[in-house]
Design a protein around this ligand. Structure first.
Ligand SMILES: [Zn+2]
Length: 417
């Protein structure tokens, strides 16, 4: 049992207030703070409180004690998941993540090509896939995720009345499926700069006109497109945003992003859990490395619904689990009452495998009966090794919320337990 201090990633799209306030530091911070990582990824392993070491070094020193035999064996002695707090002031890049097979092949190919591990032109920084789940922390977390039903997109393009979009409209109306989406997206992302520079202002004026007419079911999406167009006036990602589902998540609501799902987070704070990888294929809306051909290779053009992922209630109502097909992680949200007036005020965990509890509201105290105690503040996390004894977690403030990340149990482990 160890308190973890997260590592701040200072990407330019980050907020100067959200993570600083969350951790009780002076706000605004001198630089944008985009992400706070709690995990053992070599790029930014979490520090151990009161120790000069970090989580990666601790796991490497005894992977079986930290992870348990099954997880150590299945994941090459690495922690299989990574947890992040995300604070987006500006939109993140338009991106997708590779499947396990694409990541293995891509990483090997870039190694053969002689790209250094930290070369900014790299798409593949490791050989792992990166399914991810994002759960809103604050209100109105905005995201674009997955290709929308093309029939809806046809309606949106008709509403915009931009002649430069007519051929795309024709393609989608004639082939309202994955093939039509592939054709339109590929066309847009490979348009000559000169054409893009003429087309985007037309799309933005179309959006302004629609918004000026009042009520439109596309209003949220069009405002997002306007924001992207202002930030990236010559970027085909602005056009791609017309093809995607626009979602606004409220606290506790989630989306799951499997391999090949095209997405861009626009604004807000969230908790993210993902497979422990840094593999991103970017198509635009970023000053970072873009690789359109590779993105086109990994994208899944099958339209997806706009449904949010809601958690299921477990363990006397304190824990709500977000069920996903990802084998590397299972994220749940635990809410505890510290006033003694309402239940539950505590929860006990007796599951095998590594766990990270990330506190997002208030303060918790973890107790090993007849043993250690640890207080974990908002903006910190608690690491539990496989070989730690069972712990009881109490609210140490009137209201405490934490997110629990762990490896989902396989059927054999459930039976053995
Ligand atoms: Zn992503």
């Amino acid at each position: 049992m160890k308190v973890l201090k997260g590592e701040v990633r200072p990407y330019a799209w980050g907020s100067r207030t959200a993570i600083a306030e969350f951790q009780g530091r002076p706000s605004p911070s001198p630089h944008p703070e985009a992400e706070l990582w709690f995990g053992a990824h070599p790029a930014s392993p979490a520090r151990l409180d009161g120790d000069s070491s970090d989580l990666l070094a601790m796991i490497d020193a005894d992977p079986v004690a930290a992870l348990g035999e099954p997880t150590a064996q299945s994941y090459e002695r690495r922690l299989p998941f990574l947890v992040k707090i995300l604070a987006a002031e500006e939109p993140l890049s338009l991106q997708a993540h590779p499947s396990a097979e694409q990541a293995r092949i891509g990483f090997a190919a870039e190694n053969r090509a002689g790209l250094a591990a930290d070369d900014p032109r790299r798409n593949y920084r490791d050989s792992w896939h990166k399914p991810e789940i994002v759960v809103a922390l604050g209100e109105d977390f905005e995201a674009l995720a997955g290709f929308r039903d093309p029939a809806e997109t046809v309606d949106l393009l008709r509403t915009l009345q931009v002649p430069g979009l007519d051929s795309a409209l024709g393609m989608l109306a004639g082939s309202p499926d994955a093939d039509g989406l592939r054709a339109v997206f590929t066309t847009w992302l490979t348009l000559p700069d000169r054409v893009i520079a003429e087309l985007i202002p037309q799309v933005l004026s179309g959006a302004v006109e629609v918004l000026g007419r009042g009520e439109s079911r596309f209003a949220g999406q069009l405002r997002a497109v306007l924001g992207l167009g202002e930030a990236y006036p010559n970027d085909p990602g602005v056009l791609a945003a017309l093809l995607l589902n626009y979602l606004v998540l409220q606290p506790g609501e989630a989306i799951y992003l499997p391999a090949g799902n095209l997405h861009a987070y626009l604004h807000g704070t969230a908790v993210e859990a993902m497979a422990n990888s840094d593999n991103v294929l970017r198509g635009g809306l970023t000053p970072k490395h873009i690789d359109v051909p590779e993105l086109l290779r990994v994208l899944d053009f099958q339209p997806v619904s706009r449904d949010k992922l809601m958690p299921t209630v477990e363990a006397l109502g304190a824990e709500r689990i977000y069920r996903t097909p990802a084998p590397e992680f299972q994220l749940s949200r635990v809410e505890l009452d510290g006033t003694g007036l309402r239940n539950p005020g505590s929860i006990s965990f007796d599951m095998p495998g590594p766990q990270i509890l990330t506190v997002t509201t208030g303060r918790i105290e973890a107790v090993i009966p007849d043993g250690e105690r640890c207080v974990v503040e908002c903006g910190e996390a608690l690491w539990l090794s496989d070989d730690d004894p069972d712990v009881i977690v109490h609210a140490a403030s009137s209201h405490a919320v934490f997110f629990r990340s762990r490896v989902p149990l396989s059927m054999e482990q459930v039976t053995a337990n």
